[in-house]
Ligand binder design. Structure first.
Ligand SMILES: Nc1ncnc2c1ncn2[C@@H]1O[C@H](COP(=O)(O)OP(=O)(O)OP(=O)(O)O)[C@@H](O)[C@H]1O
Ligand SMILES: [Mg+2]
Length: 318
């Protein structure tokens, strides 16, 4: 199978924005101040995270992302905008909210092991003015896009009314609407496909589940929520696709050397949106997403997949 026909497709990505900060170094001694290691810093860098990583994935795969979300008017906020510019992503849909901190996650990694993670963020709901600015940014882009993604990290961007409005706007625009969800915001009205990981799916079902039972539980959930499909991602077990009609399909993960599983879920939504915008069936899009996620977990750091790598991965599957 060659690459699906999605180059140039425009994808609106709405979601919580995060700045990922990596501090790498080595440990040679224990601190005299407290029983903790002293990390001598050798390298430090920032990566676009949360919904912005979905946008990076779409761009790397040849699509055109429009990102809408909120950051603060602080130092991390300007770092975020600068990083978007460096990455060739338009920041015109990113709202800088006065007095709100930008979500910043600092990971300190010493001798290839994470020592500590430091989070700076508030998850409070956006105030009315900022929420209005977000809505008007979405309105600006939605008429011109080929698919919509909601990337929900539950950091305060989404309210039930905003989600209902996005569902309705996607329906009117007649474009596929893909959601990477958090259980608190069930039911994401109007979603075409929702892509929870195992723990998010457990939140939806209200209980733990065995992989072989995911299909039946998923079918009932789809009926209740009115989605077309549910794609449960199961880490090293791959994914289970449930549709309104037809039997559930288990798509096994590609067994390969795993370096870093962070961000694989972002790759999955990015490919689902691109695939559906290009007219792939739900199952073909899911299989392509699984192949792309397999590429990304084989790379270190929040990584993306290129068309060439995806093509090779799809070829290897035949
Ligand atoms: N250990 C692994 N081996 C092979 N493939 C994997 C592994 N972990 C993840 N994947 C691939 O990535 C997909 C998404 O992974 P996962 O279910 O862990 O999502 P997630 O928890 O949302 O990830 P994140 O939130 O870090 O982005 C899986 O469906 C699978 O295709
Ligand atoms: Mg995820």
């Amino acid at each position: 199978m060659g690459l699906p026909g999605w180059p140039g497709k425009k994808i609106l990505v709405v979601g919580d924005l995060i700045l990922d900060h990596f501090v790498r170094g080595s440990v040679k001694r224990i601190s005299p101040e407290a029983p903790v290691p002293v990390v001598e810093v050798e390298d430090e860098h920032f990566i676009l995270g949360g919904a912005a990583n979905v946008a990076s994935n779409i761009k790397a795969l040849g699509g055109i992302p429009f990102l809408v979300g909120a950051i603060g008017d602080d130092r991390s906020g300007s770092d975020f905008i600068q990083l978007m510019q460096y990455s060739g992503l338009s920041s015109s849909g990113v709202i800088q909210v006065h007095g709100r901190p930008t979500s910043l996650k600092t990971r300190v990694i010493a001798n290839h092991q994470q020592v500590v993670r430091v989070d700076r963020e508030v998850s409070e709901r956006l105030k009315l003015d900022a929420a209005k600015a977000v809505k008007s940014a979405i309105s600006r882009y939605i008429g011109d896009c080929d698919a919509v993604v909601v990337s929900d990290y539950a950091k305060g961007l989404f309210s039930p009314s905003l989600l209902a409005w996005i569902g309705e706007a996607s329906r009117k625009a007649r474009v596929p609407y893909v959601v990477d969800p958090k259980p608190v915001h069930f039911p994401y009205p109007g979603a075409t496909v929702v892509t929870p990981n195992r723990s998010e799916a457990q939140g939806f079902f209200g209980r733990e589940f065995r992989t072989e039972d995911a299909g039946e539980a998923g079918r009932r959930l789809i009926e209740k929520a009115g989605w077309e499909a549910l794609l449960i991602t199961l880490g090293s077990e791959g994914m289970v696709l449930c549709r309104k009609k037809g039997r559930p399909v288990h798509i096994p993960a590609r067994v390969r050397e795993v370096f870093d599983v962070t961000g694989a879920g972002d790759t999955v939504v990015a490919v689902m949106a691109l695939g559906l915008s290009a007219g792939l069936s739900m199952e073909a899009a899911a299989r392509t997403a699984n192949a792309a996620a397999g590429v990304v977990v084989g790379k270190a750091g929040t990584a993306v997949c290129t068309p060439r790598e995806l093509e090779a991965a799809l070829r290897a599957e035949q």
